[in-house]
Ligand binder design. Structure first.
Ligand code: KIV
Ligand code: ZN
Length: 502
């Protein structure tokens, strides 16, 4: 079985993403996550770039991970010495080789560039380290010159060469042929590094592997200079699932790794991002949902499952959702619901659907749990009739609640720092007893301004007894009030029962 190595450059090219700069603690966590994922090489940074960068690379080396640690350097002594001093296993050196970059950015002849590259390789090898050589802008370099410089560094003892498509102009067929030609010409492993300027980074990386590349450079979520680099998750799953190539990657950590980078970069992936995007395994109701519930490969590639990449399958329910469909999804997830509760859940899904909202399976589970956990009417201490909440830039947030408390009508109002605060204070006024909200937590289950909000509250009474309940709905104020009332209902009923027992 053919094997391909994965070289991750999230911490180097990825950090060149405009607007991204990782503090040391993030770099350490990213490096540990990449190691957990099983990447063969972590390009930890450019040690000569700054003191901080040097320390960061050295700290990552100090973690003694299984992945090899690589540091980038230009072919100048200062850079190479910084990389050697940072104790990296592999020094990745680069120099421009295309005519346009040589003419505008380096004052050297092409002959000098070859000589200096050879000298740099020999220097690194004399220091007992591994060396990778990149001919920067390789895809805009004359092929004869490219072959000449790669052969020269091979003869100088370089361990591996990298073929960077620095400005993302390669196309799959041409890149495939270039890699094949270089492989035929050389006797050392070939690695590729593709940029995504035309959206072809993954396709070009894939084509390069078909042309014989032994190693692929990728970044998590495809971050990197300009339009970024080839996405790790996509390249890995194409090679593994479509081509059956052996990789050291533990694919079940792909989504976890992607989410970590989303948090650390602040860049949210579009939901339709392949493999790791929120919708990668989501199905709208109808024919697809029906098929997928029976056999997932009816409307999924089949070569890849959500479990393989650490994702989850979601069935999105809309207003056309069927009662059976809802029941089946709940049963598959381990919920057993009475017909009465199923009707309530079904009605809530329909109500959301009619308001144009999509209900994900997670939303559905939340609705089900709230319905299942609800007390029956006769078990409730508080029965809310009307709630009004006012807020605005010139109004003090105010809430008015009209409800039966143990069959006695009460109307209470309160002001607060915001609508949720005012509403929660009005509920405590309504109860009349000393109750405290000791914890309040809100999550948006799905993205978007019409997301279903899930609220957890812990309420404590004057005897120190507490109860945690939840509420859910598209309106955060109403979901908060529901959660508090659910909790208060339990506490008050419990108290009354204890009194009766006494
Ligand atoms: O894109 C590029 O050419 C690079 C090199 C340093 C390999 O990132
Ligand atoms: Zn690059």
């Amino acid at each position: 079985m053919r094997k391909v190595r994965v070289f991750d450059t999230t911490l180097r090219d990825g950090e060149q993403t405009p607007g991204v700069s990782f503090p040391l603690s993030y770099k350490i966590q990213i490096a540990k996550q990449l190691d957990k994922l099983g990447v063969d090489v972590i390009e930890a940074g450019f040690p000569a770039a700054s003191k901080g960068e040097f320390e960061a690379v050295k700290s990552i080396v100090g973690l003694s991970l299984n992945s090899e640690i690589c540091g980038l350097a230009r072919i100048v002594d200062e850079d190479i010495n910084a990389a050697l001093d940072s104790d990296v296993d592999l020094v990745h050196i680069f120099i421009s080789t295309s005519r346009i970059q040589i003419d505008y950015t380096i004052k050297k002849t092409r002959e000098q560039i070859v000589e200096d590259s050879v000298r740099a390789v020999e220097y690194i090898k004399d220091h007992g380290r591994k060396c990778m050589f990149s001919a920067m802008d390789a895809t805009r370099t004359e092929v004869d010159y490219l072959k000449r410089i790669y052969k020269a560094v091979e003869e100088a003892g370089v361990d591996i060469i990298n073929v960077p498509d620095t400005v993302g102009v390669a196309t799959p067929f041409k890149f495939h042929n270039l890699i094949k030609e270089l492989k035929d010409h050389l006797n050392i492993p070939v690695d590729v590094h593709c940029h995504n300027d035309f959206g072809l980074a993954v396709a070009n990386t894939y084509a390069a592997v078909l042309g014989g590349a032994d190693e692929v450079q990728v970044t998590v979520n495809g971050i990197g200079e300009r339009a970024g680099n080839a996405s790790l998750a996509e390249v890995v799953m194409i090679l593994k699932s479509i081509e059956g190539i052996d990789l050291n990657i533990r694919t079940e950590y792909l989504v976890e790794t992607s989410r970590l980078l989303e948090r650390f970069t602040g860049f949210r992936l579009p939901p339709n991002t392949p493999i790791v995007g929120e919708n990668a395994f989501s199905h709208e109701s109808g024919i697809h949902a029906h098929g997928v519930i029976k056999e997932s490969s009816t409307f999924e590639p089949g070569l890849i499952t959500p479990e393989m990449v650490g994702h989850r399958r979601r069935i999105i329910l809309g207003k056309h959702a069927g009662r059976h469909q809802i029941k089946k999804i709940l049963e598959d997830a381990g919920y057993s619901v009475s017909e009465e509760n199923l009707t309530k859940i079904f009605d809530k899904v329909k109500e959301l659907g009619d308001r144009g909202k999509k209900v994900t399976d997670l939303d559905l589970f939340t609705i089900a749990e709230v319905v299942i956990g609800e007390l029956k009417k006769e078990e409730k201490a508080i029965l809310v009739d009307e709630i009004t909440v006012l807020t605005g830039n010139k109004i003090t947030p105010t809430a008015v609640i009209n409800a039966d408390v143990f069959n006695t009508r009460r109307v209470k109002s309160a002001i607060g720092v915001g609508p949720v605060d005012a509403a929660l204070k009005a509920v405590t006024e309504l109860v009349g007893e000393s109750i405290r909200i000791t914890e309040f937590k809100m999550d948006a289950i799905t993205g978007g301004s019409d997301a279903l909000a899930e609220v957890y509250v812990t309420v404590e009474d004057d005897t120190g007894k507490s109860f945690t309940a939840r509420g859910a709905g598209p309106d955060i104020v109403m979901a908060s009030i529901d959660a508090v009332i659910n909790a208060v209902n339990y506490l008050m009923m419990k108290k009354r029962m204890n009194r009766t027992e006494d």
